[in-house]
Each structure stands twice: as structure tokens, then as C-alpha cells.
Design a binder for this molecule. Sequence first.
Ligand code: ADP
Ligand code: MG
Length: 713
Amino acid sequence: MVTQAVRQQPQALRYIKGVGPRRLTDLQRLGLETAEDACYYPPRRYEDRRHLAAIRDVKPGDVVTVRGCVLARDLRRLRGGQTIFEAAIGDATGVLHSLWFNQPYLAQQLKKGDELVLYGRIESSGSRPRMVHPEMERVEGDDEASLHMGRIVPIYPLVSGVSQRWLRQVIAGVLERFSVALNDPLPEPLRRAKGWPGVAEAVREIHFPTSWESLKTAQERLAFEELFVLQAALAQRRARAVATRKPQRYQREGALVHAVRQRLPFSLTTSQQRAIEEILTDLCRPSPMSRLLQGDVGCGKTVVLALVMAVAVQSGYQVALMAPTELLATQHAHVMRQYLGPLGVSVGLLSQGVKADQRRRRQEDVARGALDVVVGTHALIQAPLTFRRLSLVIIDEQHKFGVAQRAHLAKKAEAPDVLVLTATPIPRTLALSLYGDLAVSTITELPPGRRPIDTRWMGEAQRQGLYAMVRQQLAQGRQGYIVYPLVEPSSAEEASAGEAEAPLTPSIHLQRVRMRSDLRAATQMARHLQEEVFPEFRVGLLHGQMSSRDKERTMQAFAGGALQLLVSTVIVEVGLDVTNATIMVIEHPERFGLAQLHQLRGRIGRGTHPAACVVVSDATDEAARQRLTTFVQTTDGFELAERDLEQRGPGALFGGQQHGGARLRIASLLRDRALLELARREATTLMARDRELRGPSVAALRQRLARFRQQLG
Ligand code: ADP
Ligand code: MG
């Protein structure tokens, strides 16, 4: 009998034939630590080797699997060190020409007479069919009716040094030995109602399907399982939070709140009022608040915070506000001082930029309760910071932080109320996965008088016209940004600002090289613009490698109007609010995702003057062109986020750590929307009935959740 412990220990994989200590590391490189991991490792595709194509029948454009013998082979070396390896593959019906570039070692591996299975797209060269860089697998003599032939065969994602054949054998061994010991996290009644197979059968089917139909059912079941476990974890957290009693009690109305309202320079939009109402209602509940406030860039989330903070401070508590960049934290501290300072509320900034001794003094002030509102970067969670009477934790631009960081800050008090904000509108599927434990308030309207930002796409050839556009704005007393892609990250905050970019850059090495040249480009550009293009205006430069003090000084000069044009890296991406800025030029926009472009564009058009955003690109890459076209066509952040999800996947919207705990391997947030909704309903119903999962049919789910929480941290 295989026990649960064995199944989850890495050592268990050693029992499998063909796996020694060295091979164990190969499996680890694939992310397979345990037998359970191997059971759930999804193939990236399948080949139907029951019905292989006859070479005679293949046509250009077909994607096919063929089987044949190497009839002839040849390695050619070209000038410049390139090589071409060619092989003629024949079956009973014809000959297929195949070639591989720059893989000279194939000449050693493939001999005349070898039998192969090839997979790829047929191209025509003259009258003969050919495949370029087909995927290839060797057929051994005794393969008939084995794991590798005569059936639907799994093709896995691999790493170097691991072959399909070997991995297939190992996984078959794992399934044979361990699949029966898998505990099914799906409650039996639910599984039966859906007509889904048990977990053992399902994992066997995703590796070695008996038919396409049963594969589909198994995939659906496992995708559901994955989503269900995630939703159950979130629903449990939600349910536990509701059952918690917090110590803090608030007075909604009072002199301070009244005074803040009186002093507002504008009247709140209906959306803002509703959000405030929802948040205050939460605060007055006996259980701690867990709420997400979302709203497109520029909709006015900050003022909502000011009012909510006033309620907490008036009730005798402290508030912590965390922002992802130093620039934004500094701005928040400044804005909060304007809203609350004159009314006697003390606001303190804690970030890397604050000098060590001053920071120590502020920390002491926080600890003795002398500071009411503490604004900071992730220094807030890193520092050995303690609060005297913290009751409310606010995290701005939450998508720039990891899930763990939110939890960290929330540990600074017994059961604090937590409010997180994001201006990256989240498609519902993603919201349910990332923030499924939160209630959501959405600000749906922009303050009155805003006009849609006129967004244009120009090529290099139009640069003079572009500068004329900028000049016209500056001449009218407005200000502008010119943005370059990320330069070398000099601090954690910049690293996080760059995260969304990562999927676009192939290798870290390349990225580094490019970043340095970008910094040069931004610096040179600033000088060029100042000296040769806009000598009559004042041009500033802002990038992450500047000292905190210089950054702040430059930002203040820009905010105060002493600088008219700011050449900057993406550190201006989030949060900054200079209402007089009406024009933004984005260089190399093809390197940004849609969500990030939209964030950048959100820095302008924050007042009542008409604003324009210009992306400058001669990109030829089709995906990039499509992105830019979409960007120019719509200014609706929600729509752009949906498009981004479609075009680049969830990773583009959120850094890896965001869904680190909730990485989906089988389910897809795009394809499986309906399953996700179902999983959420079922998980919520279950938790309402049995929050701690004491029932016998959910024992396996309970264990799974315990492990899942460990991963989440
Ligand atoms: P975001 O939601 O992107 O954080 P902000 O809170 O920075 O947006 O607000 C953007 C700008 O709109 C700020 O200059 C702010 O003062 C202004 N603003 C906010 N609410 C209103 C309102 N109801 N009427 C007019 N202007 C507003
Ligand atoms: Mg903001």
C-alpha cells in the first residue's frame, strides 16, 4: 500500500525504473519534485499514432505525423559556420524531405535505416513535400503497441537532456505505481453529478488517452479541480474573515470627517460616493474588511482614501498606506498632508529615500502612536516597524505587489481592515482568481469635464510633426512626458515596475544589455531635446538610477511647473498626478504591454485640458502592431485589459509572483471561464456548509488546501 507521505516525498520518484539520483535532478528541472507532480504534469500536445499519414497523401500546409526510415542523409556546412542537416525519409508510399539548420550533431545521431516518427508542417519545395525542423522521435524495434506507438501519445514540454521517450516511460511508471493512491480533492457527489472520472482515471487519461473524447473529459475534470482548489482556498479565507471579530470600532461621522468633506476642492462623483459608502459600511461591520477598490486611471481613488483615513483617525486609530514606488509614496504623503494636515492629522513618509536617523525617529513615532497616517513603500513591511493602534491597511496599485506582501502588512495588527486599490482593471476571470477573497468596489465614471485622450501612432518619419505638436502644448503653458522603456532596475520598486515587461524580452542577458543602452538613449535624448529641439523650454530627466533625493527634486520641479518636459523611464508608470500635463510621447511602445501603455497614458488627461498621447514606432512585428492598433482605438481600461489577457495571457498583466501560489497548469483563464464560475459557486456553497472541511467527503480537499496555503505563504 502506498501511503500519502510516500506519494509526496521526492524520494518516491526513485522507486521508478529508470530514475537514479542524476535523473531525479532532471525531473526537478521540469518542476517535478514529487510523484503527484508527475501525475499532474500536462503534455503540451498529443499525437495520434494509431493513424499516421501516408507520405503520398500529405499536402503543403498540412500539420502531420509520419513514420518512415532514413533513406539518405547529408550534412552541409555553409559559409559563416551555418550547417544544414538533410534527411530523406521514406515510407511505403513516398519520400519526405526534411531539414534542420545548425544541428550538426544530428549527423551523429541519425543513420541510414533508422526508423523515425516526424511531426511538423508540410511545405512544398518544387514538387516534393518537405518539413523544416520537424519534431522527431526514434522508433525502436519492439515499439509496436507500446507506450510510444499505436496509440494517442503524449508530447511533453522538455528541458535539454531529457527525451520524450524517457519521460513518457517514467510517467507511465509513476502512474502505474502511484495514481491509485491519489486522494481526490473533488467531493464525490459533485464529481458524480458532473459525470467526471475519479482522479486516478483522469490523470491516466491526460497522459495516455484511450480516446479523444475521454481525454477531453479528463482535461475538463482536472481543470475544474485546479480552479476548485483555488476557489475553495479563497472562499475559506473569505468565510474565516467574516467569522473573525475585530477589536476596532469606528465613528463614521465626526468633526474631522466633516471638515475634510468641507474642504474638498470639487464635489465627488456618484461612483466615488458609492465606493466610500461601501467601504464605510465594511468598516462598521464586526469583521475585518477585505475590499478591492478598482477604477480606471484618473478616476479619483486618492480622495476616497483621504476620507476613509479620516474616519479611522477620527476614531483614534492609525492608518498604513503602501505604494509600489518611492515617487508614488512621496506623492501620496504630499497629497494626504494637503487633505488632512491642516486639520491636525500627522502624516509621515517611510521609504528608502528617508535618511536612516530620520527614519528611525519616524519608526519610533509610529510605535508610540504619534503618527496617524504612515505612507511608504515596501519599507513598511520590511522595517521592524510596529504600530501602536493600527486598524486600517491600504495598498495602492496592488497589482505591483505580491499576494504575500499584502498578507505581511496585514500582520502588523490583530485583525486590521484591509483595502487594496488597483488601476489596472482586471478581467473578471482574473479578478476571481487573484482577488476572489475580496469584496469589490468599482469606480465606473471619470470626474466631469474629462475628454478622451487623443491617441495617435506615428512613425519615425513624422518626428518633426510630433515635435511641433509637443511645442504647441508647451507654448500654451501645458507640460509633457517623453517615456522610454525601462532602464536597469536600481531598486526593488523599479524591478517591480519592470515586471510586466519581462514576457517581451527573451533573455535576461539581452535585457541587461538593452537596458543600459536605453539609459544612454534616455539621457542622450533629454540632452538632445533640451539643446536642439526645445531650447526655449526646460527639459528634465527622471530615471531609476538617480538618488531618491534627485528623483524627488526633479518630480517636484515638474509638478511645480519649473520643468515643462520630462524625459523619463517607466518609473512614471503608476499613480503620478500632474494635472497640467497634457501630452505624452511613448518611445519604443512595442516593448510595452497594453495594460502598461494604458497606465502610462493615464498620467495625462487628468484635468480639463484636452490631452494627446503619441506612440512612436516603426515596429514590423505583427503582434506589436496589433497591440498598438488596439491601443490607439480605445481608451477604456477594462476593454484593454481583456484584450491584453487574450493577446498575451495573465502573465502579461501580473508578475509571476502574483499567481505564484495559484499557478494554473491545466486550466486556462481564457478558455475555462465557465468552469471558473462553476468552481467559485461550488466552493462558496461548500464553505457556507462546512467551513473547516470536517466532513468525510472533503478530507482530501482539506489536505490539499493546507498544502496550498503553505505555498501561498
Ligand atoms: P487615480 O484613481 O488614478 O488614483 P487620482 O486619485 O490621482 O486618480 O485622481 C486624478 C485627478 O482627478 C486628481 O488630480 C484629483 O484631484 C482629480 N479628481 C478626483 N476626483 C475628482 C472629482 N470628483 N472631480 C474633479 N476632479 C477630481
Ligand atoms: Mg492612484
